[in-house]
Design a binder for this molecule. Structure first.
Ligand SMILES: Nc1ncnc2c1ncn2[C@@H]1O[C@H](COP(=O)(O)OP(=O)(O)OP(=O)(O)O)[C@@H](O)[C@H]1O
Ligand SMILES: [Mg+2]
Length: 249
């Protein structure tokens, strides 16, 4: 994606030398990374690399062995609720109330977060997240995974968060729904929201992210600006790095 934000801005997310162990397994080893306001960062890596662990540490659901994390200048270890208030998280399965419409679900979840939306505001957020107008007033019971994710993204946007976390958002989506999701992520970026997306979807990375990081066995092997690489180069970089690293291991 073009026009990455200026690196001079104070980063929205700062991860400082974070280590996380599960028993004698090192899930993350001194992970450091930053994401600027409006920047979309794709975190790539094979199964077990530590992507979900990274998201759980940012959310304060896990505590690191050492190092620390700041979200919009709030330290997660010192003020976990304050940090979480600045984060919107799109889980892999978005749970909606089946008997409520998209508008009603969005309004309900926004109200839980302390924000009252009128119908026009709810419709505007759903459109921004890519949900077609015709579905706004329909009951969520019949929604596809892609539609549920769009409502989830609208809920995330309604929160006025500064950091959006997505864990494999395009897994199980068809090509058109995955493209819609990319549009929703770009909408968040335009609002100045920093986005961290754990993904296996190498082909969409160039289109949706400004930067990528490749994680393997808890170590960040490289970080690159996607503008410098073609989609094919991103795929070969990924495969080469994992193959080389695999031989060394
Ligand atoms: N709660 C836990 N208890 C013990 N080990 C865990 C726990 N959560 C993660 N791990 C281990 O930490 C490592 C990193 O796992 P993580 O789920 O972060 O990987 P991931 O990159 O998200 O993988 P995937 O692509 O499969 O989702 C793995 O070795 C995993 O087995
Ligand atoms: Mg995971």
């Amino acid at each position: 994606m073009q026009a990455p934000p200026s690196p001079r801005q104070t980063p929205t997310l700062q991860i400082h030398a974070v280590r996380k162990d599960f028993g004698d397994r090192h899930a993350l080893e001194a992970l450091s990374m930053t994401i600027a306001p409006g920047e979309v960062y794709a975190l790539l890596g094979p199964n077990g690399a530590g992507k979900t662990t990274t998201l759980n540490l940012i959310l304060g659901f896990l505590t690191p062995e050492s190092g620390h994390i700041e979200v919009a200048d709030v330290r997660v270890d010192r003020d976990p609720l304050g940090a979480r208030a600045k984060i919107a998280y799109l889980p892999e399965t978005v749970m909606l109330h089946p008997t409520l419409s998209a508008i009603e679900n969005l309004s309900y979840f926004a109200l839980l977060g302390g924000r009252r939306l009128d119908e026009a505001q709810a419709r505007a957020l759903l459109s921004e997240a890519g949900l077609q107008d015709e579905a706004h007033a329909r009951r969520a019971a019949g929604f596809s995974k892609g539609m549920r994710q769009k409502v989830g993204l609208a809920i995330a946007l309604a929160k006025n968060a500064q950091l959006l976390l997505l864990d494999e958002p395009t897994s199980g989506l068809d090509a058109s729904a995955a493209n819609d999701l990319s549009q929703g992520v770009r909408a968040a970026s335009r609002r100045g929201i920093a986005v961290l997306m754990a993904t296996h979807d190498l082909y969409r990375v160039k289109d949706v992210a400004h930067r990528l990081g490749i994680l393997r066995a808890g170590r960040l092997l490289t970080e690159r600006h996607t503008a410098e690489l073609s989609a094919a180069q991103i795929e070969s970089l990924y495969l080469e790095l994992l193959a080389v690293d695999g031989q060394a291991a």
